[in-house]
Each structure stands twice: as C-alpha cells, then as structure tokens.
Design a protein around this ligand. Sequence first.
Ligand code: SAH
Length: 339
Amino acid sequence: MKNLFGLTLAELEAELAPLPKFRAKQIAAHIYKHGMKTFDAMNDLPKNLRAEFSTRFEIKTAELLKRLDSSDGLTTKFLLGLSDGAAVEVVLMRHDYGNSVCISSQVGCQMGCKFCASTLKGLERNLTAAEMLGEIFFVNEILDNVVDSVVVMGTGEPLMNYDELIKMLRLLHEDYCLGMSYRKITISTCGIVPAIKKLRDEKIPVTLSVSLHAPDDKLRSALMPINSAFGLKSLLEAGDDYAQATGRRVTYEYILLGGVNDTEEHARRLAKILSGQLANVNLIPFNPVVERSFSPPTNHAVKKFFHFLNTHGIGATIRKEMGADVNAACGQLRAKIKT
Ligand code: SAH
C-alpha cells in the first residue's frame, strides 16, 4: 500500500488524480494538522472515498520500540522502528526556551569520526524525507503539538543525504504541515563542503552548525577522516560564505577531548582561524563512548578554553549536556539502545 505520510501537497494531488485538488488539501490537513492515521474519521470525505482510500493507501510514521527518560527530567530518547526493520533514535530536549527535537538523518553513519558512537557500524542506509519528518511528528504527538525547534544532529551526516533532507525541510516549513520557521531548524555537518555551498543557494535560511573539533588540518584529519577530502581552509570559506549569503551566524561545534585538543594553545589557534567570521563556538565536553578511548576534559580545561575564546573576540557557549545517563547525549546515539 502506498504511504501518504511525507508526501507534499503536489505529490498528494498527483496521487489522487483525477480527483479535484481540494481533496489533496483536505487529506494534507488530516495528516499533518490533525495527525490522523486512518481514513475513517476524515468526515469531510464521502464515505465511498474513505473506503476506497483505506484499501489503496496508508498513513504510516514510525513505531515506538523503546522509550528512555533521563533522570534530568528534561530529556527523553526514543528508539523508533522503521518499515524495513531498521531503527533510529530521536531525542526530545525540554529547554526553558522550548522543546527541541534532535533527529537522525541516516541509519548508521559512514563518516568515521574517531570519537562518535554513531559511526561504529558504518552506514546502513539513508532515511527518507518521510522518515525524518516522521521522527518529528512522533515527538510532536507525544508533546501535544509543541515541538518548537528541530536539530538535525542525531545519527548520520545530513548533508550526505542531501535531497531527502531538503525535501523534508521544505515540507516541515509548509503551512499545511508544521509551518516551522527555517530559523528554528539547525543542520549539523562534519563539513561536506560542496553540499554546504549547495545549501547556501537553496534559499532556506536554516542555522548551520559545523563540527570543527580541531584548529589545524593535522589534528582534524586524525579525528575526522572527512578532513582529508575537504580541509579546514575550504571548510571555513564555505562557512563564511554561508553566513554572508544567509545573514545567519554559523555555529562551530568543538568537542573538548581531554589532553587532545583542549589546551590554551588550541584555543588560541581556534580564535585565530575564526577571527572576523560571523560565527560562534559551541564547546561540547566529550561524552564517553565505551568503544572510544578518549577522556572528557577537566572542568578547569573547559572553563579556561571558554574564557579564552570569549576574551579573544569569539563568542563561545558550553553545551549543556542532556541525557547522558540514557546515552542520549551528542555522539552517543546508535541504532540499538543498549542502556
Ligand atoms: N554528522 C553531523 C551530525 C551528527 S553529530 C555532524 O558531524 O555534525 C552531532 C554532534 O555531536 C557533532 O558536533 C559531533 O561531532 C558531536 N559528537 C560526536 N561524538 C561525540 C561525543 N562522543 N561527545 C560529544 N560530542 C560528540
């Protein structure tokens, strides 16, 4: 059966042709505004049409396999099952400024970053736009329609799944869907330079987050294999260019790995390469991943790094880690929940 969830209005119209276009509008409203999963309750459709649709179509999002609530009372991790048996994790974070959902863009990841759990088993497959949207809708339903912002920062490299990602973002933004402002959406990338350039030209001013993690090519290549394909110079140029074109400040994420990239000298070099950019830095103290041998930084090192950047012209924040007790923090997501 054809799944209607995740289709755009134009796709729904094509699917329902030769029925008049207003039928597609009605169905879009039922699916995206009213969260309906069956056709029976779609009272504005004639009964015979409802019956026919029930035999031809389905409205399917994801199935809950497991839910883990962090003891912080603010973070919940969901393991969702997809139609082919694959599973992805999605994390809900209740901040004082609103509810944010962190979604996955792929099952597994091929990027091979040395500190991350999501890439340990490689890439299984890309998620479709419908599946990514389904992650958001799943949480939205649980929250009674109060997802305020979306971060594409879960498992996977979103810019390696470019077309489906863009389709999902445009759909999410549509008034007949959640009507989410692009400003409430953040895409995090390990630095796929050509895709950053393409994203700049899409005219969808989402916030770009770039996982930087090192202030020089040698260290960055050792931590992140992608750096051998697209080095720091081209990445920073693409980031600057994105900021100029969209007017949106780029966030550079910087994991602090104890004794590896967390000294004052690293902070100095980081401030130097980012000087003059419309950018800020989000420091992420390393979250332990059992298979990885890195250590978290000391509190002292975090504070010193933070202070150095802020007193040398670079706005920096320290990421408040949420959900580490249920392995829901950055870099701890994987396809199976082991906790
Ligand atoms: N592929 C994208 C999005 C997923 S990772 C990207 O690379 O940006 C989301 C963020 O978590 C990235 O900044 C990533 O580098 C960071 N991260 C990965 N493993 C981590 C860990 N063990 N501790 C803290 N942050 C981690």
